[in-house]
Write a protein that binds this ligand. Sequence first.
Ligand code: MN
Length: 567
Amino acid sequence: MEPSLSSLLQAAYKPASSEADKELIERAYNFAKHAHASQKRKSGEPYFVHLHATAVTVARWGLDATTIAAALLHDTVEDTATTLEQLEKEFGKEIAFLVNGVTKISRLKYRGNEAQVETMKKMVLALSEDVRVIFIKLADRMHNMQTLAHLPAEKQKRIALETSDIYAPLAYRMGLAVVSGDLEDLAFSYLNPEAYKELKKTMETMLKEGEKHIAKAKERVEEELRAQHIPFIRIDSRVKRISSLYKKLKRHDMNMERVHDLLALRIIVEKPEECYAALGAIHSVWPPLPGHIKDYIALPKPNGYRSLHTTVIAYGGRPTEFQIRTAEMHHENEYGIAAYWAYNEAKDDSQKHTVFANARQLAWINQLKAWQETIDDPDEFLASLKIDFFKHRIFVITPKGEAVDLPAGATPVDFAYAIHSEVGDHCIGAKVNGRMVQLDDPLQSGDVVEILTQKSKRPTLSWLNFVKTRHARSHIRSAQRELESGKAKSLQFKITALDRLGLLNDITAVFAKAKVNIVSHESHRPRAGAIITIKVVAGADANAKLDLLLIQLRAVHNLQRIEFKRV
Ligand code: MN
């Protein structure tokens, strides 16, 4: 698409209605074009093409002018000389806030570490703070996936994996089925190119063969619906997505005969009761396959999906799937939370409340909520579309781009112990976003944290005054105990000397003078001759007076060598 202003304005679900909206989008358009003027994508295209594509995508989802403008500006802070302050001055707090959210998420890098999956997803949500940030990020990721061919193979794999493990499931949880499916398919083609090609060929053959059957079934159903006076808007055929076909086949040992829903018919009606009427009409033509009638209207899927499904034995004993839903359900199934956002935008303030009060259907909210138990009121969440149910957690980033989940108020020392107890024990300083900070400075979500260590450094008790994690606390305590128990130990001296009269007396006198208790002493001659070895075990109080003892022992006449150890 030509990256023109008019193509962007036309893409808007509700074509930018007010002059103010148009003016804002135009200003962001010009600003982004100018800021990225000298940059090119890896494809050789001007960088601005990417920003235009991202903005067109959020516009098509029905998002508001603010979000469209933020989408145009989403890479300015990360990739150009523009600062966040400048952006705020030029476009206001809200847009700067949205761009900042996208910038923070962009610092995350997922490299296929399974243990990181949940933390990463939570972190994307927490860093977003506002669902519109996720919309922009998903639109951004969509275009990056569409143009992934231009990147080096290693980067392709990393980004495809991140898309498949983090962003596609996140989109799914938010009910953005189309986005999730598109991302999955694109990622699949990079992660498993052989299977992708093979499956694509098989699918094309099967589709060619199935199309005639589907056309015939469609005609028959239309006839029946008319005969029974059941109004319907349209009947579409839908083809199963290649990535979801692959997942299903893997569950069934790659047996194509187990897949009944490669092609399905989708009946779109106006009212919910017409869904059930249409279901009855279908069953009056063909017998349903037992166990395949699903009522996702009465019991929506966890991500909010609503529809009736049935598989019937049609012509030639062929299993054929039907999906029946209203136009409204269909739109929500495909665009989830974005659909709600768009409805909200379309209504005035008095109606907003009604839309948002209808939280019963918004099962995806509960999905998000389940990640963090602290959200009490989904209505309130909806009303603001703010993601603040992570307010007791922060998510910071390692220099390698990995996410670390910590309690709010956590410090660099907590972070160091979360990385590894050795890193915590030897921590001497920290850099946050490239700048040195104090070890007790609280971290913020999205901070990139680097810990400086020194082998000889040991934890200090004063750290206990500011650390927030139990993990750090227990490590500091046990390191401290070790240190203290070292002090509490007895000292054993091994003294080698030329034997003489009064030698042992002179040695014990040193301890007596220093007021150090002698626990025991023994002496023996390692070989015949004048050399004698004396072992003295002194009490723990000797630790504090070690220097004094050593000086005075060395002054004892005829003494050759002193060794000591803690026992
Ligand atoms: Mn981008």
